[in-house]
Design a protein around this ligand. Sequence first.
Ligand code: NI
Length: 173
Amino acid sequence: MADIRTVLVLPDSRLRLVSEPVARIDAEIRALVADMFETMYAAPGVGLAAIQVCVQKRVVTIDVSRGEEKKKPIALINPELVWASDERVIHEEGCLSIPDYLGDVERAERVKVRYLDLEGAAQEIEAQELFARVVQHEIDHINGVLFIDHLSRLKRDRVIKKFAKVAKRAAVG
Ligand code: NI
């Protein structure tokens, strides 16, 4: 049975850690992935990186199916971008670790990503549209990068200050 794990929220400094490659896909990794899907669907969100549930490993879960569509869960172990299109698109983004905040982020329209699946087999896929955006967002996470890092400094500082204030208030109250 999979569990919903607690999602780290800004300004938690662990979100800035660079995650370690997975050396072996074992029962622990499979349990982590199952919990990540459970956590992601409950939120709800379309993508999650292990570091967001405080596991410093290069593991990502994504499902960009919408509404009543059949679910399309995909787990990426040690994902890396091997190609990105020159065409770039700007679209609104959010993050489970930065709740209730959206910002416009420019990213490559299409990317190729190489990763290991849960059986340990090497895979390479081309992603586009929302899937391409989520792949780039989640790979940023495992490198300690948040989508607000792609915003103007002014906007980023404003968001960080806001979340720091909320955290301080929570600590006091
Ligand atoms: Ni995120």
